[in-house]
Design a protein around this ligand. Structure first.
Ligand code: CP
Length: 327
């Protein structure tokens, strides 16, 4: 049975069984080449409208582990500037409409993977997920999110995998998502996505902590406990997920950039010897201190390593949908 409800992978809601997808990823971690011909003769186009290191490399490796050919296209720096608005009069900076670009890619590739960031200029536009939805509408092939305006599902699946493989006790772990300072306004997508996946997974006690005015969209935080006192939130935490985001309500602002929100070893003393996670890249001594990143608390590089297995598990499901005879 497919572990995906749709032919696309955009959010936690596209997954039928998160634990089964995590198990599949951990099987690939133990045996990376066990399905090395599954994607033979198939191509994935990976479109990057924005920069990436981990997502680009891990997706490429995952595709190759499955015998699939990945073709990387850095649209943002190397391609024609794309227009996404319907009925646009293209007299400005955009040169090519997604209505032409997407169906062409639909002929070149079997799966299309896309990274887009939000504009952080207009909340309604960003939260409508126009870019990825236009590719879904016009490409005619399965679309895999490599991070969109509001969500980063391969990162969040990785985060679930990393918690599952490192937590050995027979109880729910306490997982705290904490806001951290940053030098510029960042998207909410990693925090939204982590919250969405923690809630959809349902096997953790989930707490979100941030300064006032940094509320996330409740559509993602759901029933999480939300605290404005970081020290209270950290008490007895098993995992601390550190991430900056800009304001959601009064969109994309930095209100309070209090450096005291940076996680330190002193603060971790109140936790249950917590493991510290971050999606990376991280600004050292702004978001997270050297002393934490260089300590045994930090599992950020293990977490980033798991990006390969998350991508491989999802790609395998998408390829299975292209190869129904495989079953
Ligand atoms: N975490 C993450 O998505 O990293 P990259 O931006 O380097 O892909």
């Amino acid at each position: 049975m497919s572990l995906l409800k749709t032919k696309n992978f955009i959010s936690a809601h596209d997954v039928t069984d998160i634990n089964a997808l995590v198990a599949k990823a951990l099987d690939y971690k133990a045996s990376p080449f066990k399905d090395k011909t599954l994607g033979a003769g198939k191509r994935i186009g990976c479109l990057f409208l924005n920069p990436s290191m981990r997502t680009r490399l891990s997706t490429q490796i995952a595709a190759q582990n499955l015998g699939m050919e990945p073709i990387i296209f850095n649209v943002g720096s190397e391609g024609w500037k794309l227009e996404f608005e319907e009925e646009a009069i293209m007299s400005g900076s955009t040169s090519e409409h997604v209505k032409e670009a997407a169906p062409i890619m639909g002929q070149y590739f079997d799966i299309l993977a896309i990274r887009t960031f939000p504009s952080l200029a207009n909340k309604e536009d960003d939260y409508s997920e126009l870019y990825v939805n236009q590719f879904i509408k016009y490409s005619g092939i399965p679309v895999l999110s490599l991070e969109t305006a509001t969500l980063h599902p391969l990162q969040s699946l990785t985060d679930v995998i990393t918690i599952k493989e490192t937590f050995k006790e027979k109880r729910k772990p306490k997982v705290v998502l904490t806001w951290a300072p940053h030098v510029k306004p960042l998207p909410q997508c990693v925090a939204n996505s982590f919250s969405q996946w923690m809630n959809a997974w349902g096997e953790v006690d989930f707490v979100v902590t941030h300064p006032e005015d940094y509320e996330l969209d409740p559509a993602f935080t759901g029933n999480a406990t939300i605290l404005h006192d970081q020290n209270a939130a950290l008490k007895d935490a098993d995992y601390v997920y550190v991430k900056n985001w800009s304001t959601y309500t009064d969109y994309a602002k930095i209100y309070n950039n209090d450096p005291s929100w940076m996680l330190t070893l002193d603060k971790l003393a109140a936790t249950n010897n917590a493991k510290v996670m971050h999606c990376l890249p991280v600004r050292r001594n702004v978001e997270l201190s050297d002393e934490v990143l260089d300590s045994p608390h930090s599992i950020v590089t293990r977490e980033a390593g798991n990006r390969v297995w998350a991508a491989q598990a999802v790609l395998s499901e998408l390829i299975d949908q292209l190869n129904p005879v495989h079953h």
